[in-house]
Design a protein. Structure first.
Length: 483
């Protein structure tokens, strides 16, 4: 972890620009909030059993604590990104920083599970605001030749948040109490807010004067809420299939409406015409759809099949995000000098190789093989993410930076949802309601293999989408429009 932080700091200090103070401050602020958003998800996940005991609640309400956070982010990413294009990215970023700070402070003193869940939703709202504008602000502040390195540092901080969450939360819960997860985050959030107010100069609103699509936003939020709620409660709710159908139908209505409206929330026509933007976002969705479920499987595999303790399981699984955090800035620097689309394609290829190797694991596989899989996946995901984001942000006009930034985050969220949907369906078919044990171990391993084979095939498809965008110089042409 220390080595990773030193690498990130070295990359940060090496950036020299005409307005270095403002740009450095921007990078620190964006990196801080991008660390905290995934940290708040992974850290709270570790603390859930302790929180449940204190509030005397069951598994359903504990699951809602994590679900409501993701749902708030997914619902508001796209509307917040477009709103920031029109009314100012810095303004929306500051609003999000204020909301997430107040919500985190409220969570630290919540006295009932109902208020805790409500504040958790507000925390997700703030996270959506800062996430949807982060890469847009970076793209607005940094010149083209330095964006890859800046984005690499930020993506590295995202992976640091993912990897640090379980480790730091475990220590806090054990020695200080679960509320310290939120106590410790508040000073960092306050520092980021103060730095934003004092050091970030100017405003970025390249679509100023255009109308915001309120009706399209409401249709999108309602449809996505129905789709996510229906899928995640498919077995618990009798009406889940109808809610899912309604959500899917609502998304089709949203796409048709956006196609015909003059000031859309999502510019479908330009997206379809911009092959680089469209295929890069599909690649983002595939990358997260194939990666998010791996940690879930490995956590159960190591503990229930191989008999590893939870603490040691955490130490093993932390290898992948650390490798990602190390190589994301390196990939960012390379994407400033070479074709980012080609580098991203190499990363996707490594992901496919790692997933295919993971699909061969058995109950007697060596730990050398397990670590090899985690390192290979970490390399792939780390090399893919930063260049792919650089391609997306460089393929649109500055007036669409907010929309593009929020689309990246939306595809990431939808990829996670897709991943867990596939995992849940296959486990339900093979295990039903049975717990993973020695008796059901063979069925679990078979389910894991089947799922990882599906993820491998999806990654190969992702390589195809990534290769298609390399042939034309379309990305270069669009990038010239950006400052």
């Amino acid at each position: 972890m220390k080595k990773t932080s030193e690498i990130l700091s070295k990359n940060l200090s090496s950036i020299e620009t005409p307005s270095s103070i403002s740009q450095t401050a921007t990078l620190w602020v964006v990196a801080a909030v991008q660390f905290l958003v995934p940290f708040m998800f992974s850290a709270v996940g570790v603390a859930l059993p302790t929180i449940g005991r204190e509030f005397s609640v069951g598994a359903a309400q504990l699951g809602l604590i994590e679900m409501i956070y993701i749902l708030a982010i997914a619902l508001l990413l796209l509307p917040a990104g477009r709103f920031s294009d029109i009314y100012g990215r810095k303004r929306i970023f500051i609003a999000g920083a204020i909301v997430i700070t107040l919500a985190t402070l409220a969570l630290s003193v919540a006295s009932t599970i109902e208020t805790f869940i409500a504040f958790r939703f507000l925390q997700g709202v703030g996270a959506a605001f800062v996430t949807s504008t982060s890469f847009a602000i970076l793209t607005s502040v940094f010149p083209k030749e330095q964006r890859g390195r800046a984005m690499g540092i930020v993506v590295g901080c995202v992976y640091l948040g993912v990897s640090a969450g379980p480790t730091l939360a475990g220590l806090m819960v054990t020695y200080l109490g679960w509320r310290w997860i939120f106590y410790a985050a508040v000073p960092v959030e306050l520092a980021a807010l103060v730095l934003t107010l004092l050091k970030l100069k100017g405003e970025w609103a390249d679509a100023r004067g255009e109308k915001f699509d309120w009706l399209g936003s409401m249709i999108y939020i309602a449809a996505l809420f129905g789709l996510v709620s229906g899928i995640t409660h498919f077995k618990e709710w009798e009406t889940a299939k109808w809610i899912t159908f309604g959500g899917a139908s609502g998304m089709l209505v949203f796409l048709v409406y956006e196609w015909n409206t003059q000031s859309p929330l999502l510019s479908i026509r330009p997206i379809l015409q911009n092959r680089t933007f469209a295929f890069s976002n599909i690649a983002t969705w595939i990358n997260y759809a194939t990666s998010f479920g791996v940690v879930f499987f490995f956590s159960i595999y190591l503990q229930s099949i191989r008999g590893i303790s939870p603490k040691n399981t955490g130490y093993i699984l932390i290898v992948q995000p650390i490798v990602q955090a190390i190589f994301a800035p390196i990939a960012g620097r390379l994407s400033d000098q070479h074709s980012p689309a080609k580098i991203a394609t190499i990363g996707m290829g490594l992901c496919a190789a790692g997933l295919a190797t993971a699909a061969t694991l058995s109950d007697v596989s060596s730990f050398y093989m397990i670590f090899s899989v985690l390192i290979l996946l970490g390399l792939g995901f780390g090399i893919f993410s930063t260049p792919n984001t650089a391609v997306i942000m460089g393929s649109v006009h500055p007036r669409e930076f907010g929309m593009a930034s929020s689309m990246v985050a939306t595809m990431r969220s939808m990829g996670m949802l897709t991943s867990m949907t596939i995992v849940t369906m296959i486990l339900s078919l093979s295990l039903g309601n049975q717990p993973v044990s020695i008796d059901t171990g063979p069925a679990f391993i078979e389910s894991m293999r089947t799922t990882l084979v599906i993820f491998s095939v999806m990654s190969v498809m992702g390589i195809g989408f990534s290769l298609v965008r390399i042939a034309p110089a379309r990305s270069e042409n669009h990038s010239e429009k950006a400052p």
